[in-house]
Ligand binder design. Sequence first.
Ligand code: FES
Ligand code: MG
Length: 568
Amino acid sequence: MTETPPKRGLARGAANYGDPDFALYLRRSFASSMGYSRTALEKPVVGIADTASDYNNCHRTVPELVQAVKRGVMLAGGLPLAFPTVSLCEPSLTPTSMHYRNLMALDTEAMLSAQPMDAAVLIGGCDKTVPAQLMAAASADVPSVMLVTGPMLAQKFEGERLSACTDCRRYWARYRAGDVSAERIGEIEGKLATTAGTCGVMGTASTMACLAATLGFMPLMAASAPAVHADRLRIAEEAGALAVRLITHPVKPSELITEKSVENALRVLLSLGGSTNALIHLTAIAGRAGVKIDLKRLDALSEETPVLVDLKPTGEGYMEDFHAAGGMVALLRELRDLLHLDCKDLYGRTLAEQLDEAPPFVDRPIIHARDNPVSPVGGLVSLFGSLAPDGAILKRSAATPSLFETEARCVVFDGLEDLARRIDDDALEVTKDDILILKNAGPLTPAGMPEAGYLPIPKKLARAGVKDMVRMSDCRMSGTAFGTIVLHISPEAAAGGPLALVESGDRVRLSVKERRLELLVAEEELARRRAAWAPPAKPKRGWDKLLHEQVLQAPEGVDMAFLRPEGV
Ligand code: FES
Ligand code: MG
C-alpha cells in the first residue's frame, strides 16, 4: 500500500468545512487576493513570527529582519508568510513582562499550529520573547529557526562606555547615594541605550540567545552578532534558507531539546555568569519537551563549570566584545570536555562538528582559558533549607563573597507597595548587617514575579556608602543586576511557603558553603503564625485569573500546568 504524501504549504491542515478540497480552494482564492501567483501558492510555506511593535525598542530592527528572512526563504524556493504575535518589551509592561511570557508562548504555539506552514522562523530578542517562542516551538513541534534581533552597541561617553542596563543600575545606585546629581542622571538617561537591539550586557536577552544557540536553534555565532551589524541581516537571510532546508531535512524542536542538550545549556549558563532568569526560562522550555531540570543537579554542575566570560554584570565587557572575541564558538571550545558533543543542531551537525568547522579564534581578555577562569566555579548556586524547602538560587558570580556566610536579623517587606513606602523612610530600623526580605512578589501574586529581587539599599545606608546587603525574595532580578541576592524562594509566600511566615526581627541564616537558607524561628511560633495566615485574594477574570489558576512555581519554570505535556 502506498502512503499519501504529507500535505505541504497552504494545503497543510486544510480540513475545515468538512470538505478538504473546498477548504484549500477557499484558502487559495483568499490568498490570491493578496496578489500571489498560483506558482507562489504551491511552494512550501515558511511562517515568520513577526514581533515588531512600537512598544518594543529591542525589536526596532524586526521589519528589516523580516525582509531578510523572506529573501532567504525565496532564494531557497519557499513562500515566506509573516504573521504577528504578542511582543513583550521589559520596561513597557504592567505588572511585569513575566506575567505575559506564557501568554506569548500560548499565542505563538497556537499560530504555529493553526496556520499552514512547513517550518518557521521565530524572531525574538527581548528577555521574555525567546523563551516564549522556544516554549511554543517545543509544544507545537514545528521545525523552527530562532532568530534574535541581537545586542545593541555600547556608546562611548566622557571616557567610559555605557550600555543598557548594568550601567543604568550602577548610575541609579550612585544617584540614590547622592554622588550623581539629578541633572547628570538626566543626561545619562539619553546615553544608556543608543542603538537598536537588546541590552548590551550578559543579561537575560543575551543569555537566552546563547542558550538557544547551545540547544541548536541557530548557528553558534548568530547568538551574539550586534543588532546593527550587516552580519545580523545575513544571519536573517540564512535563517530563511535554513527554514526551507528543514522542510526536506526536518529537525523538530523535540529532537533538539534533550536531557543532554539541556545539560549543555546549563553549563553554558554557568560559564557565562548568565542571568538568573534564564534558569527559569530554560526550565520552562525543557519542561515543554518533558525534560526536568533539578536544582541539585544545577548545583553539582556549578561546582565543576568555571565562569569564563568577562562581561557585565559579573565582569567588564559588553556583548559586542564577546562577539568579536569569538563568541559561542570560542566559549564552547573552552568547555569542550564538559559538553555532550553528540548533540545536533538544525543542520543535523553535531556540536563537535560545529566546533571543528569554525575558525579558531579567541580574544583572551573577554573569553578566558580554562586554566585562568574568571571564577573556578559556576555563576549560580541553589540553596535549600527551612526558608526554601523547594529551593532558591543565588548568582554568586555577581555577589559579594564576604556576605556568603551571614546570620542576621531580617527586615521584612510585605509586598511591593510596602517596599516602596518604607525602604527610604529615615525611620526604618535597619543597619548594614541586616538581611532585607521581600515577600508576596512571586508568580501567584498580582505583581507577577517581577524583577524586584534587587531591593534597593535603603537610602540612608546608600548615602553612608553601603554598596551591598543580603537580600531575599520570592521574585526575580534583572539579568543585568548584581548583589548578594537570593531569588525564586519556593514555595512563594502567596502559596503559603515558610516565607509567608517571616517577620521583621526574625533571624535568618544564609550559607553559600553549605547551600542552606534557614529561618531560625521555633516551630511552635511558626505554627502559631501559620494558623493565622490567609491566602491573598484571587483575580476574578481574564488572563490574570487563568494564570493564577494554572501557574507553577519557579522549580517548574513558572509555566502553566495545562500547557505542559501530559504526564510531566
Ligand atoms: Fe529588551 Fe533589555 S529591555 S533586552
Ligand atoms: Mg532584563
